[in-house]
Design a protein around this ligand. Structure first.
Ligand code: CO
Length: 216
């Protein structure tokens, strides 16, 4: 229990420090939360969303799971996205992966880990889909890092394919989705250059409505 006591004491110190800087901070937050960002990241303890972007409580709505996945039928993740977009009206959704992700590394191995293999199978699908791109990799580390990037790109697409995002775009709600990757080695976030803010950017089969063709 002593270890847990450290956490509780540390919390008291933290709350005291925040209050000293801004006496109204907790009163303000208790009235409402109005974050502009939804962060979908990995559960890895080395990638804490608020800390790495220097943001305070109340500024980012966060969902984390093993390997920052957005699975089409994961009601947990879908509910987070729905609440963030429809109730909180976030303007940005960021899918953030990280190099050296243990979940991604496990997905390209053939070593059974149990139930989690079913979760990681989605990353195996990404690996198989892009398999020829890995021919240039010199070792497993490079292979894992490349797959971490492809995984973010795929999860960004999966966010865009949800009914929640499609519905938001259909009612013209400003909402953009972005893919970033974090390096545990230097603490720097990199923008992978995958940015979506309109249904025309996703394949037609995933859209709510077909895009009107000129003259039709
Ligand atoms: Co990870």
């Amino acid at each position: 229990m002593a270890e847990l006591l450290t956490l509780l004491n540390s919390n008291l110190e933290w709350a005291k420090r925040i209050k000293a800087e801004n006496p109204r901070f907790f009163n303000m937050l208790s009235e409402q939360q109005a974050p502009e960002y939804l962060w979908i990241g990995c559960s890895d303890s080395r990638v804490p969303a608020n800390t790495i972007v220097g943001m305070l409580p109340g500024e980012i709505f966060v969902h984390r799971n093993v390997a920052n996945m957005v699975i089409h039928t994961d009601l947990n993740c879908l509910s987070v996205i729905q609440f963030a977009v429809e109730v909180l009206q976030v303007k940005y959704i960021i899918v953030c992966g990280h190099y050296g992700c243990g979940g991604v590394a496990a997905a390209i191995k053939n070593k059974p880990l149990g139930l989690i293999d079913n979760w990681l199978r989605h990353i195996k699908d990404v690996y198989y889909h892009y398999r020829t791109a890995f021919d240039s990799c010199i070792d497993d580390e490079e292979r894992v890092d490349m797959l971490c990037e492809f995984n973010v790109i795929q999860q960004v697409a999966n966010v865009c394919h949800t009914t929640v995002v499609q519905d938001a775009w259909q009612r013209q709600q400003p909402l953009s989705i972005h893919g970033w990757i974090y390096s545990i080695r230097d603490g720097i976030l990199r923008d992978l250059g995958v940015n979506y803010d309109a249904p025309e950017q996703v394949p037609e089969v995933y859209r709510n409505l077909p895009v009107a063709q000129p003259g039709k």
